[in-house]
Unconditional design. Structure first.
Length: 69
């Protein structure tokens, strides 16, 4: 029966651990360079259209959607 190569397994674990650490460091660096907006600041960049009250559903002056009869 063949013996298990523990040195190979250990090296593979070390390489995997190193890869995960590098990936984590890369994500951390990206997060630092590209901060996300705070909770109250979403949509303040002016790209998204503002909602208005001139929808067809609200044409009768009520805020509730039309009820089917």
């Amino acid at each position: 029966m063949a013996k298990t190569n523990f040195q190979y397994e250990k090296r593979q674990k070390e390489l995997e651990k190193k890869k995960k650490a590098e990936e984590k460091a890369r994500r951390k660096l990206e997060a630092k360079n590209n901060p996300k907006p705070a909770d109250g600041e979403e949509g303040t960049d002016g790209d998204a259209p503002e909602a208005d009250d001139t929808d067809a559903d609200a044409a009768d002056g009520t805020d509730a959607p039309a009820q089917p009869q």
